[in-house]
Ligand binder design. Structure first.
Ligand SMILES: *Cc1c(COP(=O)(O)O)cnc(C)c1O
Length: 393
């Protein structure tokens, strides 16, 4: 477990309140305005050059978006935080703002599909040298860092097999080589894992997942060292991937219950994982909270909870998956994750649909794998649902 946890319940409600309470609103208003008017031209100028606080144009800053950023800044324990239209906008803007021709990036192979595309397709096009390493071969990752590393990019736990990467160990080596350490903390959220305390310089999120938590708004977050976040903000202002005020409101509303939700996700997922692991139609279960998980020790050290994501392989082939999914009553067969309701999907038709069977095998993804994003339902209903679903295959 990491440092003493922040009081997330209180922070999520109050961290941004003082700065935004001019009208004494108890609930934040949604500022749809594109621009903000000034009677005094000198004041307008001062706001434009950042000499005094205020907003000019919503592609840059907005009075509903900023409180979300201040709240995430507090939850992450960061110097600065900015938001984006989606998680991929956060990731791509960050990488393109910090990496240029001749630079070298080191990353793990098991990043989110879209992130992987940036490393394989778009960064090399900009003459960025990319080394993608086996996610759990920490010695190989360290060896690549020693060859040169402007950016070390990690994601943990990973999708879909919940590998756990040792952030503190790899950050230490990256810093010896002046690398900037970025961690995608989407699966864990600050409640379960705080990469900045473990040595990362920047942490990114798809806010579309747990931070919003209700499958009804998209967004991205970047928190960390102020000088780095400011560089990415400068890029985002021009690139234009700003978060809309309405989505910011939805995510901020979701954050108010983040701690409650994550605790329930953690409890439910642990019970579902323990149930599935004993089931004779289940070949294997991937969940960092199980003692037999390959990196359970690292997970215990760097996480305060093991999260709501798990995956399991059925005995047999993909046909078993096709039989199981329609039989489940309490889960949407849908992409995405981190929602209050349970979401289920096979990586073969979602995140890893573009890979061949051989490529999936090389990544350790069985054809019969089911990814299960455990919701906050009453867990006895999920267990009964899985029992009857599995009985029918
Ligand atoms: C979904 C996801 C993303 C991308 O976020 P979007 O909001 O869909 O753009 C990035 N990283 C992880 C781990 C994700 O699960």
């Amino acid at each position: 477990m990491t440092e003493q946890s922040r009081r997330f319940g209180t922070l999520a409600l109050w961290a941004a309140h003082r700065e935004t309470a001019a009208e004494k609103d108890v609930a934040l208003p949604i500022h749809h305005s594109v621009s903000f008017a000034y009677d005094d031209v000198d004041e307008w100028f001062d706001v434009a050059v950042g000499k005094r606080p205020g907003h000019i144009y919503s592609r840059n800053t907005n009075p509903t978006v900023r409180p979300l950023e201040l709240t995430m800044r507090a939850l992450d324990g960061a110097e600065e935080c900015i938001s984006f239209s989606t998680g991929m906008a956060a990731i791509s803007n960050t990488l393109f703002a910090l990496l240029g021709p001749g630079d070298r990036a080191v990353a793990i192979k098991d990043t989110y599909g879209g992130t992987n595309k940036i490393f394989l397709e778009f960064l090399p096009r900009n003459n960025v040298d990319v080394a993608l390493c086996d996610t759990l071969d920490f010695e190989a990752i360290e060896a690549e860092i020693r060859k040169g590393c402007k950016v070390l990019y990690l994601e943990t736990p990973t999708n879909p097999t919940l590998k756990v990467v040792d952030i503190a160990r790899l950050a230490r080596v990256a810093h010896e080589h002046r690398g900037i350490v970025i961690v995608d903390n989407t699966f864990a959220t600050p409640v379960n894992q705080r990469p900045l305390e473990l040595g990362a310089d920047l942490v990114v999120y798809s806010a579309t997942k747990y931070l919003n938590g209700h499958s009804d708004a998209m967004g991205g977050i970047l928190s960390g060292a102020k000088d780095l976040v400011d560089r990415v903000f400068h890029y985002r202002e021009i690139n234009g991937a700003a978060l809309h005020a309405h989505s910011a409101y939805m995510i901020l509303r979701g954050l108010k219950t983040l701690e409650l939700r994550i605790k329930r996700h953690n409890e439910n997922a642990q019970q579902v994982a323990e149930y599935l692991r004993e089931h004779d139609k289940v070949e294997s279960v991937f969940y960092p909270g199980l003692p037999e998980h390959a990196n359970h020790d690292i997970a215990c050290r760097q996480m305060d909870g093991f999260g709501g994501m798990l995956s399991f392989a059925l005995r047999g082939d993909f046909d078993q998956v096709k039989l199981l999914l329609p039989r489940l009553r309490y889960s949407h067969n849908a992409a995405s994750l981190g929602s209050v309701s349970t979401l289920v999907g096979p990586p073969r038709v979602t995140s890893h649909v573009e890979l061949s069977m051989e490529e999936r095998r090389a990544m350790g993804i069985p054809e019969s794998l089911v990814r299960y994003s455990v919701g906050i339902e009453n867990v006895e209903d999920l267990l009964a649902d899985l029992a009857s679903g599995l009985a029918g295959i």
